[in-house]
Design a protein around this ligand. Structure first.
Ligand code: GLN
Length: 197
């Protein structure tokens, strides 16, 4: 049995509980992160979907923005889903407050319209073999631009980029944690297993 890495899930707002459940099933131990202390021993970090304005505000209130950025710069595997992807992006023009800002991508918030325009689409994700993944998009951002070191892992049929990787960073516009398909979490658990602080 491969070793179960300890993965942190930022637990300030959003669907951190669902990520925890998916991580467990994908072979990780999970800890909820609310203080910088909890970043010490983890081998991966997930920043969940939710509301990026609220999470950004709470990151500042809990003094977590700089510590998280520091660990990411040291190589901590980190995955942002939806609002989490917005918080990782260096360029989020329609967000009015400082974020973690580490990934060379531009995101456009609520690019597919309001909640009522939420939708699902099957997408093939680079690195995940077999059937396509069901991408659930809820007031999702589009990754409208990606720098030269960023690999595009998935696009919708209209060409919108919805999954990217840059070294230790992963960002998805969609929510694999809301499905029973844990392959994307499995991919992240593999990245975490290889990382030792
Ligand atoms: N629209 C939200 C935002 O801008 C993200 C939605 C989500 O995480 N599902 O933060």
């Amino acid at each position: 049995m491969p070793k179960r890495p300890l993965v942190g899930v930022l637990a300030l707002q959003g669907d951190f509980h669902e990520h925890g459940a998916s991580l467990h099933k994908a072979g990780a131990e999970v800890t909820e992160v609310r203080h910088a202390e909890s970043l010490k021993n983890i081998q991966g970090l997930i920043i969940p979907g939710g509301e990026s304005t609220a999470i950004a505000r709470l990151l500042i209130a809990y003094n977590l923005t700089d510590p998280i950025r520091g660990y990411i710069k040291q190589g901590l595997p980190t995955w942002g889903t939806c609002a989490g992807a917005i918080l990782l992006a260096k360029n989020a023009p329609d967000l009015d407050r400082p974020t973690i800002s580490v990934m060379d991508i531009t995101v456009q918030r609520n690019a597919f319209g309001p909640q009522i325009n939420s939708f699902e689409e099957d997408v093939y994700v680079d690195g995940i073999s077999g059937l396509p993944m069901k991408a659930i998009l809820i007031r999702a951002p589009i990754i409208s631009d990606a720098g030269p070191k960023v690999s595009v892992l998935a696009k919708l049929s209209d060409g919108s980029i919805v999954a990217v990787k840059e070294n230790n960073l992963l960002a998805t516009s969609f929510h694999p944690e809301l499905t029973n398909d844990h392959r994307m979490h499995g991919l992240f658990v593999k990245m975490a297993r290889k990382y030792n602080q």
